[in-house]
Design a protein around this ligand. Structure first.
Ligand SMILES: CSCCC(=O)C(=O)COP(=O)(O)O
Ligand SMILES: [Mg+2]
Length: 228
């Protein structure tokens, strides 16, 4: 039976890995010190810095944030702070959310055909909304009914996908999860979701062999009988 909802990853799935690693991450790293100097005492930022401090006691938060950035850590406070830093860039036009050319048309067709759409990324919910809201294809946020980040749990944990299915009030088997990362697909499959790996040649992704694999969203649509 065709899925009733699609849950999609961002980096490596809707969006080039290079955009995240070569544009978004350096933007946040370059703006970090100035952002903390200007906004570090604001309640939202101070709360993030307190979380960073609690995760690495005795270390200056800025140093911990820089170490996490260098490690491509998915630590929730880092992701929250990156989202706050990117906001300025999206709002003044220095950043535009990049999507693979096949993605916007499929998302629109899927939503128009009655599929429910949601995002699950390590990037914060705020960062997800910025990327889709300021995308090169316009504001795509109205297409999505849900945005999930690591507040729901890690992407390699089956419980996270069970929690998302519960939040969407759908049986897990009615949800198709799209990701480039095999371990995320393994976790989603363990929770009972349908899965498809995005194997985008430009990203250098290799098919893991454990899940259906497609090179792009039209391939996903054909394989799973999605509208459009
Ligand atoms: C919301 S765009 C930034 C993505 C990001 O920060 C990241 O770590 C990528 O994670 P994903 O789960 O989308 O692969
Ligand atoms: Mg990914």
């Amino acid at each position: 039976m065709a899925p009733r909802a699609v849950l999609t990853d961002i980096e490596g799935t809707t969006t080039a890995i290079a955009f995240v690693k070569d544009r978004l991450f350096p933007f946040a790293a370059g703006a970090l010190d100035g952002f903390l100097a200007r906004h570090g005492t604001e309640p939202a930022v101070a709360a993030i810095l307190a979380e960073v401090g609690a995760a690495a006691p005795g270390q200056p938060p800025a140093a911990t944030l820089r170490r996490w950035m260098a490690e491509d850590s998915k630590a929730t406070p880092l992701k929250a702070l990156q989202g706050l830093i990117w906001r300025q860039g999206y709002e003044d036009g220095r950043l535009k959310g990049q999507l693979w050319p096949d993605v916007p048309a499929c998302l629109r067709a899927w939503a128009a055909g009655g599929l429910r759409l949601a995002v699950y990324s390590s990037g914060s919910v705020g960062a997800q909304k910025l990327l889709f809201g300021h995308s090169e294809a316009g504001d795509l946020t109205p297409l999505f009914e849900g945005f999930f980040d690591t507040a729901v749990g890690g992407k390699r944990e089956a419980a996270s996908y069970a929690a998302i299915a519960a939040a969407l009030a759908l049986p897990p088997a009615d949800i198709l999860f799209l990701s480039d990362v095999a371990e995320e697909l393994d976790a989603a499959a363990a929770a009972g979701l349908g899965c498809c790996q995005l194997v985008r040649a430009a990203d250098g992704t290799l098919a893991c062999g454990r899940h259906p694999a497609e090179p792009d969203f039209p391939g996903v649509a054909r394989r799973f009988g999605l509208p459009g």
